[in-house]
Each structure stands twice: as structure tokens, then as C-alpha cells.
Design a protein around this ligand. Structure first.
Ligand code: HH2
Length: 260
């Protein structure tokens, strides 16, 4: 899954693809590099990010989705949003996956919208909100708590019409977690895979990699690759990254070595 941030303020590439034409070109490059899913987002979720109104978020993502459909992309188009209005417009424009970092807590009606469009739905764990999530996160057992949360959110989605076989689960690396929490979630990923749905993992360029290596944003590709290779080995099957080309090769080799 390649990240297409149509935002002025995303943590690692804010402003680079804010112009729709630049976003489309970038998405096509990610597809050529091996992305099977293009995740188009119009609101940053970085710690402390300012909220974006639904109208403005739609204005950012919908033209990009429409242009990708018009370009005949073979990759699936995902919309990274927590708003019903944006979900509805993105699905109408051709998105077939809804990636909601609030797991239907911000806009529960996204369940019915997703179900009506027969789209897939990614439910992600986050402790608190982007504004507050990194203020001293605490868990007694991070993996059990994330697992219980995802189980409850999956049951909620199913109760509101989403087919269970359309659900993807994500522990939300970096969303209300310390470095130790992120590492424990990676190490114990099989406990989340045991829920029976595909697990998505998003470590790309995130700050815990910087904390571990001392590297700035642009130099976190090796850390991104290491965490995704481990996640593959522990059962994750969707990998959300900014840098598709190096990850593609890393995963081809990992899969060949582990699976034959
Ligand atoms: N991480 C980010 C955004 N969306 N969605 C899922 N399912 N999982 C993630 O780990 C995840 C996500 C943060 O990365 P990015 O989009 O680059 O930054 P920003 O939120 O600042 O736009």
C-alpha cells in the first residue's frame, strides 16, 4: 500500500503532493514500483495536527481518485479518512477500500456507507486523538488491549452491515504508543493475526524509527524495511509505506525465503 498524502502538513511528505496533478503522478509512480493499493489521504493524523473540514478534505482527495480511475490504474484505491461525507464522495469516485484511523468512532455511519458500496474497511487502533495521543500513553498489556479494541470494533462494523470478510485490522503503530509499545506490537503480531483477518501495518518513516536509530525522516528507509520484514514474518499482509520500491524488493526476497 503506497501512501498518497494530498496534504500541506503530513509528517514526512506534507506539501510535496498537495497539488492534485503531483499527487496523481506520485500515485502512478508508486503503482509502477509495485503498490497494489494506493491510499489517498487529505488530512494529516500526525500528533498535534489541525483538523480539516469535510469539504476541504473532499476537495483534496476526490479529484485525485477521479484522475486515478480515469488513468485506468490497476491498483485498488483506498481513501484514508474518518469522515462520512468524504467516504461517500470517495466511494462514488471509485475508491474500494476505506481506511479509518478511528475505526468508526469518529463517524459510525461510515459502516453503512462502506457496506452499501461493498468496499473493504480497515479498522485501526488509536489511543486518544491525534491531538493528545502521544501524551504519556499507558497500557497494562498493549497487545491484549489493542486486540480487544479491534475485536470490539470488528463486531461493531459487522453489526452495522459490513461483511467480516471485508475487514482489515491494524494495530496503529505510533498512534498513542511509546517506542516499547510499538516494538511489542510488532513482536507479538501473531496474536492480532489470530483474529482471522488480514493485518495492515504502518511503520513507514515513523518517529519511533528515528528514536531507535537517531535518523531524520529521509533516512528511515532501512528501519522501515526492517520493521516490515519482521511484520511479514509475523503474519502481516498489507504494508503501508511511502517508499514502495525498496519495500517491494525486501518483501519479494522475504517471501521467497520464508515461503519458498
Ligand atoms: N499511519 C498514518 C496515516 N494513516 N492508516 C493506517 N491504517 N495505518 C497507519 O499506520 C497509518 C494510517 C500516518 O502516516 P502519514 O499518512 O504519512 O502521515 P500523516 O497522517 O501526517 O498524513
Amino acid at each position: 500500500m503506497g501512501v498518497v498524502n494530498v496534504t500541506p502538513d503530513s509528517f514526512s511528505d506534507g506539501g510535496l503532493y498537495f497539488d492534485p496533478a503531483a499527487a496523481v503522478e506520485h500515485a502512478l509512480t508508486l503503482q509502477a514500483e509495485g503498490a497494489a493499493i494506493l491510499d489517498v489521504g487529505g488530512e494529516s493524523t500526525r500528533p498535534g495536527a489541525d483538523p480539516v473540514a469535510a469539504d476541504e478534505e473532499s476537495r483534496r482527495v476526490v479529484p485525485v481518485i477521479e484522475a486515478l480511475v480515469a488513468a485506468g490504474v490497476s491498483a485498488r484505491i483506498s481513501v484514508d479518512t474518518s469522515k462520512a461525507e468524504v467516504t461517500e464522495r470517495a466511494l462514488a469516485a471509485g475508491a474500494t477500500l476505506v481506511n479509518d484511523v478511528t475505526a468508526l468512532r469518529a463517524a459510525p455511519e461510515m459502516a453503512e456507507l462502506t457496506a452499501a458500496a461493498s468496499a473493504d474497511l480497515c479498522l485501526m487502533h488509536m489511543a486518544g486523538t491525534p491531538r493528545t495521543m502521544q501524551d504519556n500513553p499507558h497500557y497494562d498489556d498493549v497487545v491484549s488491549e489493542v486486540k480487544a479494541f479491534l475485536e470490539e470494533r470488528m463486531a461493531f462494523a459487522v453489526a452495522h452491515g459490513v461483511r467480516e470478510d471485508r475487514i482489515i485490522l491494524d494495530p496503529g503503530i505510533g498512534f498513542g504508543k511509546t517506542v516499547a509499545h510499538n516494538l511489542e506490537l510488532l513482536r507479538r503480531l501473531p496474536e492480532l493475526v489470530a483474529l482471522g483477518r488480514p493485518v495492515l501495518i504502518g511503520t513507514s518513516r515513523k518517529s519511533f524509527l528515528g528514536r531507535l536509530t537517531g535518523r531524520d525522516l529521509d533516512d528511515r528507509i532501512p528501519g522501515t524495511l526492517a520493521t516490515n520484514v519482521i511484520a511479514y514474518e509475523r503474519g502481516a499482509r498489507i504494508f503501508r509505506v511511502h517508499d514502495v520500491a525498496p519495500l517491494y524488493d525486501a518483501l519479494v526476497v522475504t517471501a521467497a525465503a520464508l515461503d519458498g
